[in-house]
Design a protein around this ligand. Structure first.
Ligand code: AMP
Ligand code: MG
Length: 414
């Protein structure tokens, strides 16, 4: 694969394509047998197979009467009730012969008796003693799921590479799997750089600030199903940076924050280069997050991808979602997931400048019929308060600058 060393800024789409293309080159973490609920948000390393037919018997999907559809072709029709079957009924109880003119009371989830071929909903009936008047006809198969209609024994119900979410947990439970083979959580080293930073348990001096990026990144890594390895803050000093960088390269993925801009003490790229880094891009035409850097380091027979994320807290968060996440997903064993874009109606007009794709902190609300979005006022990419009030970014393409109230606009959820 070509190494794309860029001096010119890439567009957002180009950078995203590069990240997605490279994501697959690093092997995913090894599989581990894991307790079902501990596997949530990790990625399946095995196909989940049906251990029996789903459903295992023809299942009634409504409370009502199991009938022969031909008996209720013309309505009202009167039928004789010859039995009652509830969900979980014994096999003996569920073997009720239904001959023409007969029906069986049946509950949702119960097995349809042999010979019956449909269920009439109780709402369309009127029972008196052992007789029932049916007021609406049914087609054969109506209100019944045939045995094996969802899956046949041995079918793949969930393919490997799928992230385990609540519906996958439901399937694992349904096929009797208290443990699943999933890829180990990728270990992601986090290295914040900057002379002004102090850790959160120390009092900051008048010109110092607390290191928040290490923690916001750790939270994003946890949410994605990773294990964050927190390194101590590196001063803006080459030897110290190289030492801590070396430690970070032992992880599956290394994230640096700060020190990638054009400032005199922005040493991250220089120190990475001294360790033999290849750079796939150094800068993307976006705001926030323009100085973001992506590459890999080969050392001691191991190749470790890395990102240098800009230090401004909102830039760090955005660039994690836009660029780190696909690489993380691949290491975790899945295809990179598409970004969760949506469309919403703009509540208030705004203007920006052209030239960059912008991801502006915003709040998405409204209803499912009329989703609405508004910008959260902010002081720029260092504004933590704005980020905490937002639940999405408004995505502004690089060629547009003026947006009207009521216009549909693209948003990125997080
Ligand atoms: P840099 O990318 O190093 O030029 O930093 C850009 C801005 O982000 C500066 O105002 C830094 O003080 C701030 N910053 C850098 N790293 C962190 C961090 N770990 N936590 C909070 N703010 C940071
Ligand atoms: Mg800095």
């Amino acid at each position: 694969m070509n190494v794309v060393t860029q001096n010119k800024l890439l567009s957002f789409a180009e950078a995203r394509r590069i990240v997605e293309r490279y994501a697959g080159v690093w092997a995913p973490t090894e599989p581990e047998l894991t307790n079902l609920l501990d596997a949530v948000s990790l990625v399946l390393a095995e196909d989940l197979l049906a251990d029996r037919d789903f459903p295992p018997f023809p299942r009634a999907t409504r409370d009502g009467y199991a009938v022969l559809a031909t008996d209720v072709r013309s309505v009202p029709a009167q039928l004789r009730i010859v039995g009652s079957i509830k969900a979980g009924a014994s096999v003996q109880d569920s073997v009720v012969a239904v001959v023409p003119g007969d029906c069986v009371e049946i509950m949702t989830g119960a097995p349809l008796p042999t010979a019956a071929d449909a269920v009439v909903m109780v709402e369309y009936t009127h029972a008196v003693g052992d007789k029932v008047i049916v007021n609406r006809g049914v087609k054969p198969g109506e209100n019944v799921v045939a045995a094996g209609a969802e899956a046949r024994r041995g079918d793949v119900m969930v393919p490997r590479g799928t992230r385990v979410h609540h519906a996958v947990v439901a399937i694992a439970a349904a096929v009797g799997r208290p443990e699943l083979a999933v890829h180990r959580r990728p270990r992601v080293a986090v290295l914040a750089t900057g002379d002004e930073l102090v850790d959160i348990n120390l009092p900051p001096g008048p010109n110092e600030i607390r290191n928040s990026n290490t923690y916001s990144l750790a939270a994003q890594i946890n949410e994605a199903g990773g294990e964050a390895v927190l390194l101590p803050v590196a001063r803006d000093e080459a030897d110290e940076l190289a030492l801590l960088l070396g430690k970070g390269l032992n992880a599956d993925l290394l994230l640096l924050t700060g020190g990638v801009s054009m400032g005199k003490y922005d040493l991250v790229e220089e120190v990475l280069a001294s360790l033999g880094a290849e750079f796939f891009f150094t800068g993307v035409a976006i705001q926030p997050g323009k100085p973001v850097v992506f590459g890999q380091v080969k050392a001691d027979g191991k190749t470790t991808p890395f990102f240098g994320l800009p230090g401004n807290p909102v830039s760090t968060m955005v660039t994690f979602q836009l660029f780190v996440r696909p690489v993380f997903d691949a290491l975790a064993g899945s295809e990179p997931e598409p970004l969760p874009f949506a469309q919403a109606k703009l509540k208030e007009p705004f203007t920006t400048k052209t030239g960059l794709t912008r991801f502006l902190p915003a709040h998405l609300g409204g209803t499912h019929e009329d989703p609405k979005v508004e910008l959260v006022p902010w002081q720029g990419s260092g504004d933590l308060m704005a980020a905490s009030k937002a639940n999405c970014y408004i995505v502004v393409p690089p060629d547009l600058e003026k947006f009207e109230k009521g216009e549909m606009i693209s948003v990125l959820r997080f």
